[in-house]
Design a protein around this ligand. Structure first.
Ligand code: DQA
Length: 145
């Protein structure tokens, strides 16, 4: 039995109504249902969202202390939060996977989105596949071997 923490940063609570041309029409409940359906036996999906950097960092500590893999969409924090980067580094240092995901492809958007301060401490990065970015990340963190 393991839990995968699926952590979402600022403004992702508005999925469904926020820029549907960029992020699609599904909301976080839809995403949670998709991941729960995909999860292999014995894997629990714990999906959370916050607009608060400190709360997000606290959840990353929880993953480290509990030994949970992390799927992280840092949203706008991706581009400037060194505090979140330092917390994310603790996950890989603990030998746990942390996959950075994005619904859109930030590299095909405004220049400020081309920089991620998180990628350098992530196990891997998946971007541009809509909610499938999370589904691919779930496959990556739950596959054996
Ligand atoms: C995002 C991309 C970020 O640039 C943006 O700030 C978001 C969402 C994505 O999932 O495509 O809020 O992380």
């Amino acid at each position: 039995m393991t839990t995968v923490l699926v952590l979402n940063g600022p403004n992702l609570g508005r999925l469904g109504s926020r820029e549907p041309d960029v992020y699609g029409s599904g909301d976080l409940d839809d995403l949670c249902a998709l991941l729960t359906a995909d999860a292999p036996d014995g894997v629990t999906i714990d999906l959370r969202q916050t607009n608060d950097e400190a709360e997000l960092i606290g959840w990353i500590y929880e993953a480290v202390d509990s030994g949970f893999p992390v799927i992280l969409n840092p949203a706008a924090f991706t581009h400037y939060s060194y505090a979140l980067r330092d917390a994310a580094a603790l996950v890989s240092k603990a030998g746990l996977p942390l996959v950075e995901v994005h619904i859109s492809n930030p590299h095909a958007r405004e220049t400020f989105r081309h920089t991620s301060v998180i990628s350098g401490v992530a196990t891997g990065v998946i971007a541009g596949f809509g909610f499938d970015s999370y589904r691919l990340a779930l496959t990556a963190v739950t596959r054996a071997g």
